[in-house]
Design a protein around this ligand. Structure first.
Ligand code: SAH
Length: 286
C-alpha cells in the first residue's frame, strides 16, 4: 500500500506544492458542495486538488467502498458520513443523498462528496450536481482518475495505440434493470477500437456473446483488472471466447478492456515498491 495510507503526519506534509497551497487553510467559500473524484483506491492517485479540498471539508460524504486510507486524509475534526452503510447494506437512495448534500451546504458547511474514480464516469455525479444547483447550493467538480485508466496503467495496456486502436468507448455492463444493457453491438464489434466495460463482471458472458454475434472475433484479447491500484489487484488475460470462464471467481470491482491492445498487458502479479513521498512534494515543510 502506499506510503500515504492512514498516517496523518506525512500526509499533512504532502499538502505542499508551493507556498500558496501549503496550508490546509480556510475553505474556499462557505456553504458549498465539492464532488471530488477519489480515484480508483490508491490514495496516491488522488489529485493534489482533491487532497486540498478534502482537507478543507467540514463534512465528507462517502461510499461504503471508499478506502480508509483516503478518509484518513480528511481533517481530523471533519464529520464523515457513510451513505453506503445501512442495516440492509443498501446504499442510501440517490434522492436522499442529494437532499443531504444540499441541506449541509445550505447550512453553511463545506461538503465534500467523495466519488470513486471520476464523478462523471458512471458515478451519478451529474445527478448530484443538478440536484445541488436546483436547490440553490454552489457546487463544483474535481475530476479523478477513473478506474479504467488505472487498470490500463497497472497492466501497461494502452487504451489507444497506433495501428491497434484508434478509438476507445466506455460502456456500462449493467443496465438499471440489472440486465445486460442495450448497446450498439455492431458498432462496438468493429476492430481497431477498445471497448472498456465498467460494472461488467456479472454480464461478461452476455457482453462477449453480443460482441461475437455482431462480428468481433472470439480471439479478440480481453484484459480483466480487479481492484485496480489496490493491494488486492488481480489481472487476468483472456479472449472474448474465454471470457465467461475467465471471470469466474472474481467478485471485486473490475474493469474489462476488450480489444487488440489488451494483448500488450502484463498480467504478472503487481510488484509493489515501498512508496516514498517525493522530495519535491515534501520540501520545505518540516
Ligand atoms: N466513477 C467510477 C466508476 C463507478 S461505477 C470511476 O470513474 O472509476 C463502479 C465500477 O467501476 C465497478 O463496477 C468497476 O467496474 C469499476 N471500478 C471502480 N473501482 C475499480 C477498481 N479499483 N478496479 C477495477 N474496477 C473498478
Amino acid at each position: 500500500m502506499s506510503g500515504l495510507s492512514g498516517r496523518r503526519a506525512p500526509v499533512n506534509r504532502l499538502v505542499v506544492l508551493g507556498r500558496s497551497s501549503s496550508r490546509p487553510a480556510a475553505p474556499p467559500r462557505a456553504g458549498e458542495v465539492w464532488l471530488v473524484g477519489a480515484g480508483p483506491g490508491d490514495p496516491e492517485l488522488l489529485t493534489v486538488k482533491a487532497l486540498r479540498i478534502l482537507q478543507s471539508a467540514d463534512v465528507v460524504v462517502h461510499d461504503r467502498l471508499t478506502p480508509p486510507a483516503i478518509l484518513d486524509l480528511a481533517r481530523p475534526d471533519a464529520r464523515l458520513i457513510d451513505v453506503g452503510k445501512r442495516k440492509s447494506r443498501h446504499t442510501l437512495p440517490q434522492e436522499d443523498i442529494n437532499r443531504l448534500l444540499t441541506a449541509l451546504a445550505l447550512d453553511g458547511l463545506t461538503v465534500v462528496r467523495l466519488k470513486g474514480g471520476d464523478p462523471f464516469m458512471f458515478g451519478r455525479g451529474g445527478e448530484e450536481l443538478e440536484a445541488c444547483r436546483a436547490a440553490g447550493a454552489v457546487a463544483h467538480v474535481v475530476p479523478g482518475v477513473t478506474a479504467s485508466l488505472a487498470a490500463a496503467a497497472a497492466a501497461g495496456a494502452p487504451l489507444t495505440h497506433r495501428g491497434l486502436a484508434q478509438a476507445v468507448t466506455f460502456v456500462t455492463g449493467h443496465a438499471a434493470s440489472g440486465e445486460t444493457p442495450e448497446l450498439d453491438w455492431t458498432s462496438l464489434a468493429r476492430t481497431n477500437q477498445t471497448v472498456v466495460v465498467y460494472m461488467g463482471l456479472s454480464t461478461a458472458p452476455a457482453v462477449a456473446g453480443n460482441l461475437m454475434a455482431a462480428g468481433r472475433a472470439g480471439s479478440t484479447p480481453v484484459l480483466i483488472v480487479e481492484n485496480a491500484s489496490l493491494p488486492g489487484e488481480r489481472r487476468v488475460a483472456s479472449t472474448l471466447l474465454g471470457l465467461a470462464q475467465a471471470v469466474e471467481g472474481l467478485d471485486g470491482p473490475a474493469i474489462l478492456i476488450i480489444g487488440e491492445t489488451a494483448a500488450l498487458a502484463d498480467v504478472a502479479p503487481p510488484v509493489r515498491e515501498p512508496a516514498a513521498v517525493p522530495a519535491a512534494l515534501v520540501g520545505g515543510v518540516r
